[in-house]
Structures are given as structure tokens and as C-alpha cells.
Design a protein around this ligand. Structure first.
Ligand SMILES: [Zn+2]
Length: 392
């Protein structure tokens, strides 16, 4: 496929054969710029690879897939009624239904395939949990070594269990996710030793853009897409997906992209208000998957928000936990706290009168609730009664 890498800031371009994560000149992020063919049609390959015509790889024989993607989009009528917007259409795109239980699988199938194309034997990432679980699974399938750096004592138990059982080497870093990120970046400076698979790697976003493709195919044109924002890659990726589908007339109009951060880890939401980006030194939220103080992809997210006429704001941990229970108890969908930020964000938009009659709104829930059950168990401790107390 014909594509190249281009710096989002100075516009420098780089040939696809060279491994590069950021711009040589200004160290800013890179986009994968595809030289689009005249037409696009889906093909019979597993997982997200049915969109092969829009995915930047060269060697189909190297594809590593666990049949990711094709996750359900549910129309949530009970939730809409509960929020008093029964005359609008609320959907949940449940990414927890991916093979390792989060949206990261879409980026990892592409990232690990790319690692094989580049001949890497070893790949690495820093992770709040979901990235490491996903990378470890795809590396197991590919037969290459996975090295994971986690913030010490700060990742959800279920996710750590996944990384370990898939066979990754796991290293703890004292400090936050951002410290783990700096460590892995350092390790991957020589890409012949370790190939970096954090979302700074522009190919990860190319896999994740398929969420946009699927929403367009499953629901059609929608008005708003609400996405939890941690490292700030996913919302930018989904936007790219919609833009590409519009180019091929696969969707009639583009949605507004709405980002939601947790209040204790909300540097992008603050940037949106103040115009100044200041990394959060001690990010704190119950939503561990978005507990990130210095989001690598924040500039790509801001660009997507501006292009789509969207915005970004934050919600409290209390709002997140309430939204998590609401979605589970009304719709039977159990998502992890970070995912519930999108539902809490919808509630906020409803309160401020920003959801109009007839609108189609999609909340992307990024990870399965079983990955991080502690918050729920703590919350519901007093709810378990003695069987002897039950009188019918
Ligand atoms: Zn540059």
C-alpha cells in the first residue's frame, strides 16, 4: 500500500520503510498519510482486516489477528429513557467485546503485524493495563517477545493477570504511567533492540480508526461520538476513520467528537478551557485506564475536536461510578470505570441541554468491566445479604 509518515507540526515526511515514532526535526507526532486509491471495498480477511484496503501494511502473510473488532453497537433505550432523552437515539459501541476485552486489540493487531514487517523480535510498551494485556496476547500469537512497563502498584488486577498469562515480561516502574512511558521510550531508542508499541506509534491509531468504520456501517451517520480520553489517541483515531469513510461515500456526514476525561487526570480538558497545556504531575482517578497526566497524543485529539466542531470536558469519579452502575443495571453492559466516563459525559451533555431531539449519539465504552472489578465490589459491599433474611 502507498503511504508515508508526516509530522503533524512541521510537515516533514518520512518514507514508510524507516522505523520512526516521532519527527526527527521537531520530535512531534507523526500521521500515517495514505495515498488513497480511487475506490475501496471490503475483503474476506479476519477481524479488522476486512478493511485491508485502508490499513497501511505491505505483507498480508504477516497479519496477526485474533478476530478483533466487529464489536456490538447497542441502542440503549432504557438508558435514554432514564436520562429523559427517549426522543433521541443513544448507542453504546462496546469495545469490551474484543478478544482481550478492550479497544486496544484493534491497534495491536496492526502494531504487531507492523513489528513483524519490520523484522522486530522484541516489542515494548508502557501501560495502565489494557495496552499490555493486548500487546502480550498478539505477541503470543505472533511468537515474539513482549516487554511491558507498568506503574508500580497502579494497574487493575485483571489486566496484570492477562499480561502475565499471555507470557509477557513485566517490569514495574516507580511512579506514574508517565514515568513508565519515559522508561520504555528510552529502551526503544534503538528500534533494532525493541520496537515501541505505545500509541505514540502512529500505526496503532490506524487500527483503532476501524471503530469509526464500524459505527458508520452499523448505525450509519451519527451526530455525536463520545469517547473517554486518557493517552488521547483513540478519539483522534476514530475521527480519522470517519473522515476516510466519508471520502469513499461510506457515510453521509461526519459526527462531532466529544472527549471526556476524569477530573483528576484532565490536562486536555483544561487546555480546551485555558489554551495552555500543562501535564498533570500526579494524576489521580478511580478510572485507572485513563489515569494519565501527560497524554502523548493530545495534539492529535485537539485537532480532531477542532475539525469536528466537538469539545472535551471532565467528569468526577463519583459521576463515573454512577454511570457505570446505571449502564450495567439498565442495559446489561458492564464496562470498566474509564469506559463509563463516556456515559457520565453524555449525562453532562443532557443536563446542559446539548442533546437535541432525534439526535444519534454514540458512547464508546473502551474496556470490559471484569478487568477492574474492585471499584464495584467496594461500592456494593453492603448489598450482599444473608440468605436467611429473604422472605418471599
Ligand atoms: Zn516535525
Amino acid at each position: 500500500m502507498d503511504y508515508h509518515l508526516q509530522c503533524i507540526s512541521c510537515g516533514a515526511t518520512y518514507h514508510k520503510e524507516e522505523i520512526r515514532y516521532v519527527c526527527d526535526k521537531c520530535h512531534d507526532l507523526l500521521d500515517v498519510n495514505i495515498n488513497y486509491a480511487k475506490s475501496f471495498s471490503k475483503i474476506a480477511l479476519p477481524g479488522i482486516w476486512k478493511y485491508r484496503g485502508l490499513l497501511p501494511i505491505d505483507d498480508e502473510s504477516k497479519i496477526v489477528s485474533l478476530q478483533e473488532g466487529n464489536t456490538p453497537s447497542y441502542e440503549c433505550k432504557n438508558l435514554a429513557k432514564e436520562l429523559h432523552i427517549a426522543d433521541s437515539h443513544v448507542y453504546v459501541k462496546n469495545e469490551g467485546a474484543n478478544p482481550t476485552g478492550s479497544f486496544k486489540d484493534r491497534g495491536m493487531t496492526l502494531g504487531v503485524t507492523k513489528a513483524l514487517e519490520y523484522g522486530a523480535k522484541k516489542v515494548g510498551c508502557a501501560s495502565t493495563g489494557n495496552t499490555s494485556a493486548s500487546m502480550a496476547a498478539y505477541c503470543a500469537k505472533a511468537g515474539i517477545e513482549a516487554t511491558v512497563f507498568i506503574p508500580s502498584g497502579k494497574i487493575a488486577f485483571g489486566k496484570l493477570a492477562q499480561a502475565l498469562v499471555y507470557g509477557a515480561s513485566v517490569y514495574e516502574v516507580d511512579g506514574s504511567f508517565d514515568d513508565a512511558m519515559r522508561t520504555v521510550e528510552d529502551m526503544c531508542k534503538d528500534s533494532s533492540k525493541m520496537y515501541l508499541l505505545n500509541s505514540m506509534n502512529p500505526f496503532r491509531l490506524e487500527g483503532q480508526k476501524t471503530i469509526g468504520f464500524e459505527i458508520a456501517e452499523q448505525i450509519g451517520a451519527v451526530d455525536k461520538v463520545i469517547v473517554p480520553v486518557g493517552n488521547a489517541a483513540n478519539i483522534a483515531a476514530i475521527w480519522k476513520g470517519f473522515v476516510e469513510f466519508k471520502r469513499y461515500h461510506m457515510v453521509k456526514k461526519l459526527p462531532q467528537m466529544i472527549g471526556v476525561q476524569a477530573e483528576g487526570a484532565s490536562p486536555v480538558a483544561k487546555f480546551w478551557q485555558t489554551g495552555k497545556f500543562v501535564p498533570e504531575e500526579h494524576p489521580e482517578t478511580i478510572a485507572s485506564a485513563i489515569r494519565i497526566g501527560n497524554p502523548v497524543n493530545w495534539k492529535k485529539t485537539v485537532r480532531a475536536l477542532k475539525e469536528s466542531g466537538g469539545k472535551i470536558f471532565s467528569v468526577t469519579d463519583k459521576e463515573i461510578l454512577e454511570a457505570q452502575s446505571l449502564l450495567a443495571s439498565r442495559e446489561g453492559i458492564f464496562v470498566e470505570p474509564a469506559s463509563a466516563a463516556s456515559i457520565a459525559g453524555l449525562q453532562k451533555l443532557v443536563k446542559s441541554g446539548e442533546i437535541s431531539k432525534g439526535e444519534k449519539v454514540v458512547c464508546v465504552t473502551t474496556g470490559n468491566g471484569l478487568k477492574d472489578p474492585n471499584a464495584v465490589v467496594d461500592q456494593f459491599k453492603g448489598k450482599i445479604k444473608k440468605a436467611s433474611e429473604l422472605k418471599l
